[in-house]
Write a protein that binds this ligand. Structure first.
Ligand SMILES: C[S@@+](CC[C@H](N)C(=O)[O-])C[C@H]1O[C@@H](n2cnc3c(N)ncnc32)[C@H](O)[C@@H]1O
Length: 339
């Protein structure tokens, strides 16, 4: 049973279902993936199924992956009308090889990652992602994962917490907050999001528009879900399954994840490498892509006005080169269709 967040007025609400998430850059994603009927796509971050729905409406087949069971339950209902053209799988996109094997799909025409959390996850107090709602300190996207935010906050050392807040949140008061937390938890373990907010506010009082807990909450969420570690693994695995000419599109929402995607695409799309000690540039053995987007694509002013959460979104896309020999080029198009 899905516990829904308070319904928000939303133009994209599917009929009969409460609001879950408003998809960003939908038209731009379809363009960047060059979607056409009968092709097979993997949506590695299914969420509320908005992007998948657009792919299915364009006549494609979609394997939708999410590590959050709530997303799968919601998207299965939303996309039921597409019958066998849509399959939902509970997994991390980092484990795409297992997903593909279990589905018997050997080749993809394209894949999408829309990174981060959904509005549903943020707005649902019991998931513990938001400093604006009081709820358990959880933050696990996959609720069968063993480590929650509560475990991290109450067991990690002050040095580990400081590193998390600094590296994943770029929090200037990382050390002070970590020290304060480790003192407070000796009196009573922190159990709720508001316990954590109170502790952060005692070190960084409210000033200006940004809530002082913003960066620490982002950092904790990234650490709990190992969000940055999984990106390169997922990108490598997806590339392995793309057919020649297949496209990979990624939407990021903050600079840490965008840097990883940008550098990954850069490393794998540079045709040549040059070093001062070399007399001439050499062919890049890691070159498997050509870029589809030069600069990242960002939401139009209209989209940003209609959906303020889209403001920081950046879309980057690449196309797999024809000469790359891997799993996908060895597979036959007869194995194209999900069972
Ligand atoms: C921004 S939302 C996606 C929204 C979706 N594109 C839509 O149109 O509704 C991100 C989703 O990705 C999921 N997610 C994040 N990291 C994941 C991972 N490593 N593997 C699978 N799903 C992940 C989250 O649980 C969340 O549901």
């Amino acid at each position: 049973m899905i516990a829904m967040a308070a319904t928000t007025e939303d133009l994209n609400d599917p009929e009969g279902l409460p609001f879950y998430h408003r998809s960003v850059l939908v038209g731009e994603v379809l363009d960047s993936l060059a979607v056409s009927p009968g092709r097979c796509y993997l949506d590695g971050t299914l969420g509320g199924g908005g992007h998948s729905e657009a792919l299915l409406e364009a006549g494609a087949m979609v394997v939708g992956v999410d590590q959050d069971e709530d997303a799968l339950n919601y998207a299965r209902k939303r996309l039921a009308r597409f019958g066998d053209r849509f399959h939902a799988v509970h997994a991390s996109f980092g484990d795409v090889a297992q997903v593909m094997d279990s589905m018997g799909v050997r080749q993809l025409d394209g894949a999408l990652l829309d990174l981060g959390v959904s509005s549903y996850q943020i707005d649902t107090a019991e998931r513990g992602f938001s400093f604006q709602n009081d709820g358990p300190l959880d933050m696990r996207m996959n609720r069968s994962a063993s480590v929650s935010a509560r475990d991290l906050i109450n067991t990690a050392s002050a040095e580990q917490l400081e590193r998390i807040f600094r590296e994943y949140g770029e929090e200037p008061n990382a050390r002070k907050i970590a020290q304060r937390l480790t003192r407070d938890r000796m009196v009573r373990p922190l159990a709720s999001t508001f316990d954590l907010v109170r502790c952060i506010e005692s070190v960084s009082p409210r000033r200006g528009k940004t809530h002082p807990a913003t960066k620490v909450f982002q950092a904790l969420r990234i650490a709990v879900n190992r969000e940055l570690e999984v990106i390169p693994r997922g990108l490598d695995a997806l590339a392995d399954y793309l057919r020649e000419g297949g496209r990979l599109a990624v939407i990021t929402f903050h600079s840490l994840e965008d840097r990883i995607v940008k550098q990954h695409f850069q490393r794998h799309s540079a045709a040549t490498l040059d070093r001062p000690e070399w007399s001439a540039p050499r062919a890049n053995p890691e070159c498997i892509f050509k870029k589809v987007t030069g600069k990242p694509v960002v939401p139009s002013e209209g989209e940003q006005r209609m959906n303020p959460r889209s403001r920081s979104a950046k879309l980057r896309a690449v196309e797999k080169l024809a000469h790359v020999h891997g799993r996908s080029s060895a597979s036959s198009s007869a194995n194209h269709t999900p069972p």
